[in-house]
Design a protein around this ligand. Structure first.
Ligand SMILES: Cc1cc2nc3c(=O)[nH]c(=O)nc-3n(C[C@H](O)[C@H](O)[C@H](O)COP(=O)(O)O)c2cc1C
Length: 353
């Protein structure tokens, strides 16, 4: 099956089926309410600087697509909405345009979003199989992106009958790329999270996007596609490190920037991720339907709603700027608390501060 055809099927399944993991562990977190915020709502500044670009609040739309005319429509709508609301955007895997340069136009949306933080995207297996800095530079420069995310998607690849199961020497490949690339480089999971042990090996990068368990499950997507090994793929549906646990793991790993994603759905979720240690968040699936419908106004409205929720969370936590959230106390309950306990994490750090 061609890369383009597979991408089309992924989008169709994401629109038609329930592809989310069974539990969103962000539900196990809540803030300790501050009854005396001592700030005025209108004076709160939700903006941040991320990889040299200003974001109106700490959000970008996570990597989804490219490579076909349908994908261009999606990317164009997402880009216009990001420009209007001042948030960032990740492009979907650029493998299609690297294999066939004539498809570059399907990712080329900078003209609709002059100011946004734009993140290119290539899978690690492509570098293991032979891509070098040449392909990475083409991916970023041909579409005027600001930086590159190399996606780590071993769970997805192993769930696909035609998956690319090449991850050998990944760390040294990433290190080599980092030394040669003239723009920021991050590693990004795709729904299964990054552990402390893995993050500790990636501190030479400019950051990591945890893309943890709790939102879109790529095993779920592949379950609907696969005819072979269907039952095995189904058993991988909830495989992974929950997003909030993954952020907490990365917090003490020494990585420079942590992006929280995977099941982030509201502005309150973004606030929780930042309180745990993330600098910004990514959301993918909830924007897909509106983008397919080319409903830019709908996308803008959705983003503005999330932004208002984030500002409310800041207000109720007495935060003038997003980084203030990093020392606000949190309740940790349910399975998330149990998992954190098993990983030897210091609850009191989050409970009392
Ligand atoms: C339709 C679709 C296509 C995706 N394609 C890519 C991709 O090409 N590269 C990538 O790194 N992640 C890709 N992802 C993963 C997302 O960027 C994100 O990490 C994951 O969906 C978790 O976020 P969510 O729960 O908000 O959807 C895709 C997700 C969706 C829904």
């Amino acid at each position: 099956m061609t890369t383009e055809r597979r991408k089309f099927e992924h989008i169709r399944i994401c629109l038609e089926e329930d592809v989310q993991s069974k539990y969103n562990y962000l539900e196990d977190l809540s803030f300790v309410h501050s009854a005396l915020p001592e700030i005025n709502f209108d004076e709160i500044d939700t903006g941040i600087k991320l990889f040299g670009k200003h974001l109106s609040f700490p959000l970008f739309i996570s990597a989804m697509t490219g490579g076909t005319d349908e994908a261009l429509k999606i990317n164009k709508s997402l880009a216009k909405a990001c420009q209007k609301t001042g948030i960032g955007m990740g492009l979907g895997s650029q493998r299609a345009m690297i294999e066939d340069n004539s498809l570059t136009y399907t990712y080329d949306i900078r003209k609709y979003a002059k100011d946004i933080l734009l993140i290119g995207n290539i899978g690690l297996p492509q570098f293991v199989k032979g891509y070098t800095e040449k392909e990475a530079i083409y991916a970023v420069e041909a579409v005027k992106a600001d930086m590159l995310a190399v996606h780590l998607n071993s769970l997805q690849e192993v769930s696909q009958p035609e998956g690319d199961l090449f991850f050998k020497d990944g760390i040294s490949i990433l290190r080599g790329l980092k030394e040669k690339l003239p723009f920021p480089l991050i590693a990004k999971e795709t729904g299964a999270g990054i552990s402390k042990e893995t993050a500790e090996k990636l501190t030479f990068l400019d950051g990591v996007d945890v893309a943890g368990l709790g939102g879109t499950s790529w095993s779920a997507v592949e379950y609907y596609r696969s005819s072979e090994y269907k039952e095995t793929v189904k058993r991988l549906w909830n495989w992974g490190i929950p997003t909030p646990l993954s952020i907490a793991e990365c917090r003490t790993s020494g990585v420079k920037i942590i992006i929280g994603s995977g099941g982030v759905r509201t502005g309150f979720d973004i606030a929780k991720c930042i309180a745990l240690g993330a600098q910004a968040c990514g959301i993918a699936l909830p924007f897909l339907k509106l983008a397919v419908e080319e409903n830019v106004d709908g996308l803008v409205q959705k983003i503005e709603t999330i932004k208002r929720e984030f500002k409310i969370a800041m207000f109720l936590n007495s935060c003038q700027s997003p980084s203030d959230l990093r020392n606000r106390p949190l309740f940790l309950t349910g399975d998330l608390a149990k998992l954190m306990h098993q990983r030897g994490m210091d609850f009191h750090y989050f409970n009392y501060r």
